[in-house]
Design a protein around this ligand. Sequence first.
Ligand SMILES: Cc1ncc(C[n+]2csc(CCOP(=O)(O)OP(=O)(O)O)c2C)c(N)n1
Length: 631
Amino acid sequence: MIPKNGPLLSKVNLPSDLKKLDIEELPALCAEIRQYIIEVMSVNPGHLGASLGTVELAVALHYVYDTPFDKIIWDVGHQAYAHKILTGRKDRFHTIRKLQGISGFPKMSESEYDAFGVGHSSTSVSAALGMGVAASLSKEENRHHVAVIGDGAMTGGMAMEALNNAGVSNANLLVILNDNQIAIDKNVGAIHDYLADIVTSRTYNKFRDKIWLLMGGGTRYGKNSRAIVKQLGNAVKTTLLRGGNLFEAFNFRYFGPVDGNDVIRVVKLLTDMKNIKGPKLLHIHTVKGKGFEKAEKDQTVYHAPGVFDMTTGNIKEDKCQGMAPKYQTVFGRTIIELAEMNAKIVGITPAMSTGCSLNLMMSKMPDRTFDVGIAEQHAVTFSAGMAASGFIPFCNIYSTFMQRAYDQIIHDVALQNLHVVFCLDRGGLVGEDGATHHGTYDLAYLRCIPNMTIAAPMNEEELRDLMYTAQLPGMGPFAIRYPKGRGVMPQWKTPFNKLEPGKGRMIRDGRDVAIITIGHVGNYATEACTILEESGISAAHFDLRYLKPLDESLLHDIFSRFTRIITVEDGCIAGGMGSAVLEFMAANGYHSRVVRLGVPDKFIEQGSVGELHHQCGYDAEGIIKAVKERN
Ligand SMILES: Cc1ncc(C[n+]2csc(CCOP(=O)(O)OP(=O)(O)O)c2C)c(N)n1
């Protein structure tokens, strides 16, 4: 039977249906939801592990609270699949992350139950607090606001800023700390150690059990026993845990830790806590990948495992023999080669070591590789500090998450002309993660910063050479952006060559039109030129390589020879490479016709990378169309 037709889930389309169930039926409902998620994810990949861990929490929240009047704000949102299933999207769940399908993250325009749109981490407490304060101002004191935040997301600076602010408000706010002791990779840092202390504090747990026994297991003091044990327990916990309770220091009332995969327990607790006013924090302990053996065992891989066999859990590898490697692998292997040659090189990632492949260096050179937590701003300024002391940090941040650290790039790195190498992974449209994750703004947002060198490789060899060039003496802030996924060179391990900053190259000469590209999309242009030639159109192709400094002599050559020019980039048209070319044209008095292809001025939803490139009109077909339309 398809699990969504299970005896309980078939009756539940909305939270109002859920509320009709008996509390004793909830564990069975959770099992059906879990099975449904596994079944859909096995063929339509997504964020499996996190969402399996929060099934009970989603059920409990919608059982206890009056959503959508009450607001539930999921941090990051990759763990909200059960929430989607319970809030009117059960029948469309199989379309999740697909073109025209439902989003992989909560999204306000998709459902009134998605109280706030997410994708980037550590925003939930700020948003929930904002809503809580707004409710007070609107005299809606009875509205509840719940932020669900993971232990990884809790390490993000914004979460700390929000707790600090919330602690002095009287907003009706509940923060649920969903602690599964892991982010995508191993969660790191002092807060992680602190949380592990709370959960595993054997001394504390033993002490609490002893008090319970001393009190006759609850018989001696009757109904009040539990409360007394809890009060004593909290006092002991504060003494035993280093420095007292962090959340109480922020003026939150702290509850927990409790087993967040015990749905009945969570329902009862939430019901009790509903009547307590002001900021409060419930610390639950859940298991990432809960209920699916392989996902529980290998939590990093099963965070987002791709297609897998739903019975065995085995991941179905794509047949990659003889194929070009992923840019990520080339980055991960090349940085080790460079670091072996240059002792000053260090690697830095904000919590994405497996995703960007810095984990390879981490296992080989643990002393020179740093996972700083979900903390992009800190990662950049930490890199600046190391560069100020003579090191050459390769700071690898996904393009979309680098948006967080814009001021740090300008104020801490570029202004001081520090030699930090930014490796912007996932540059361009990223596909299924959708609008929150596309790395389409980086070329535009970096281009206006003085002192920056900005480059994008068209293939693996260029990535290696750019990384090599970036670490040479005399360089300043140097950004290399490259896309998610495979390049084009199965034989990728080429010898290193310096690629002179500000020098592009001609890939192919032609007569009728010049196509200027930057980065991996240049391969579309190569394909387009061959097809155009067959229909008698002679197109020249130039790969700029560097967006900054611009190769002005190459551009002079192009503008003096061509009246028709097409620019192609995997990034926003506004302010990107095409805009730089137009600025050059205006500044130098040329009058060619320039057509810019790239991401238009709107947010692009999810789909496969190929589908989205096609939709935006800059795949090979789009380039051919642009050439022919205006021929
Ligand atoms: C600003 C930002 N940086 C990085 C990420 C990538 N990312 C997505 S989920 C995740 C781990 C979150 O860990 P946690 O909050 O503990 O949730 P869990 O997946 O363990 O449930 C990371 C780093 C992100 N979404 N946003």
